[in-house]
Unconditional design. Structure first.
Length: 79
């Protein structure tokens, strides 16, 4: 038992250092994931804005086309 305690005491600093390294790596991964999620959210917002703009343009184009068709179908007053 005494040898076991001595071995554990010997490796304690190494274990602490390994734990610090693992924690640093986990923090790095967590930060990387947060940045990726933020970038994906920003991309989704940009895509939604572009879709809304395209829908708005399509709506205006359709209204203009309908107006133009209506005007071209009006009978002209011929004397």
């Amino acid at each position: 038992m005494r040898n076991e305690a001595a071995i554990e005491e010997y490796f304690k600093p190494i274990d602490k250092e390994a734990e610090m390294i693992v924690n640093m790596q986990l923090e790095g991964e967590e930060n990387k994931m947060k940045r990726m999620v933020k970038a994906m959210q920003e991309q989704a917002l940009l895509e939604n804005a572009a879709k809304e703009k395209m829908a708005e343009v399509s709506s205006v184009d359709a209204a203009d086309q309908h107006k133009h068709e209506k005007e071209s179908n009006k009978p002209t007053n011929q004397v």
